[in-house]
Ligand binder design. Structure first.
Ligand SMILES: Cc1ncc(COP(=O)(O)O)c(C=O)c1O
Length: 360
């Protein structure tokens, strides 16, 4: 007799992670929206120093990191949650807020972990199609809010479509959401967004206690290998709830040390963002030269439809053969599209040249 698993196991979608990491040779990893730059050397030193204390559990209250985040963002410590990546906080929010009969509203295509929240809890997940410019359709999302809605997620800039909405539109949306409904503004890529300064959304927290901003050290700080993210919360209740549903010690010692150190290097982080933005423009130009028009990117990746009649799976496989990994649009909600992370100059050139040869 096979083991009987819980019903929800069948519903939970498998995360569409890229494979091919074991490909031989020099592979351009443009599939997971990672930073192409190695971590800041002082951060590597801080991790090395933390390793000597690994016989002890990490600080379960994440005091040093929360205090450093509080200093950086001006949000009180009791309204700051940290996690084993921001996904950890996202899943905890799903567990704390959702249950059978409840509803979760989010855009689609959007981050592939959102469907997991509904599936795991038995809540109803309502996916609201993005508009023709690949942006959230906030009016349509508002129309989906009912008495059963417990959580609404807005991803800005949106993964995988790369687009962003002006903050004023997002605030008007949050204002229209009933106060007892939690809103997560997932800002994993906010530092790459030229429509607004990354710190601007923080002011919304004082006006909207039902709002939480989800941030991460995985992207701009280049620390996704360690797993550390955080949420700046409009209310202490949200922070306590997401802490309550998780195992103790959810953020490891090396990750805490790395994040505290990384926050001290804002100038270097800003330089890396600038480099990435310059590369984004180059990559977009390269794609346009191939006759491809990417969506208006405000993130460290681009999103585009392949020319009519081009098979997405064949294209991805052929690119992998040539040492370029990209993410399939079909797995992210749009057949025939590709999501390509902005890499180094050489990696982007490799992608453009390989794709050009395939389309020729
Ligand atoms: C929109 C969005 N939110 C959250 C995350 C999770 O990041 P992490 O768990 O690495 O902090 C990602 C990662 O790709 C993402 O794209």
């Amino acid at each position: 007799m096979p083991i009987e698993f819980a019903e929800r196991i069948r519903r939970i979608p498998v995360y569409p992670a890229a494979d091919g990491y074991a490909l031989p040779g020099d592979v351009a990893l443009l599939a997971s929206n990672e930073s192409p730059y190695p971590p800041i050397p002082a951060v590597v030193d801080a991790v090395a120093a933390a390793l000597g204390g690994l016989n002890r559990y990490p600080d379960p209250t994440n005091a040093a990191l929360r205090s450093a985040l509080s200093d950086r963002y001006g949000v009180p410590v009791h309204r700051i949650a940290v996690g084993n990546g921001s996904c950890d906080i996202l899943l905890a929010a799903g567990e704390a807020l959702l249950e059978p009969g409840a509803e979760l509203v989010y855009a689609w295509p959007s981050f592939s972990v959102y469907p997991h929240l509904a599936a795991a809890s038995g809540a109803r997940g309502i996916q609201v199609p993005v508009d023709d410019a690949h942006r959230h359709d906030l009016d349509a999302m508002l129309r989906e809010i009912t008495a059963a809605t417990r959580l609404v997620i807005v991803c800005n800039p949106n993964n995988p479509t790369s687009t962003a909405l002006p903050l004023a539109e997002i605030e008007a949306f949050v204002r229209a959401v009933p106060r007892h409904v939690a809103v997560i503004l997932d800002e994993a890529y906010c530092e790459f967004n030229l429509l607004q300064d990354a710190d601007e959304s923080i002011a919304l927290l004082d006006r909207h206690p039902n709002l939480a901003l989800l941030r991460t050290f995985s992207k701009v700080y280049g620390l996704c290998g360690l797993r550390v993210g955080f949420a700046l919360c409009g209310s202490e209740d949200f922070r306590t709830a997401v802490d309550q549903v998780r195992q103790p010690f959810f953020c490891n010692a090396a990750a805490q040390a790395a994040a505290v150190e990384a926050l001290k290097h804002q100038d270097e982080v800003a330089r890396r963002v600038e480099r990435n933005l310059a590369e984004r423009l180059e990559l977009q130009d390269g794609l346009r030269r191939l006759g491809i028009e990417p969506a208006e990117s405000q993130a460290n990746f681009v999103w585009f439809d392949l020319p009519e009649g081009t098979d997405e799976r064949d294209t991805i496989a052929a690119l992998a053969q040539q040492g370029v990994l990209v993410r399939a649009g079909a797995a992210l909600g749009r057949e025939g599209a590709l999501r390509v992370t902005v890499g180094t100059e050489a990696e982007n050139a490799k992608l453009v040249s390989a794709l050009g040869a395939l389309l020729a």
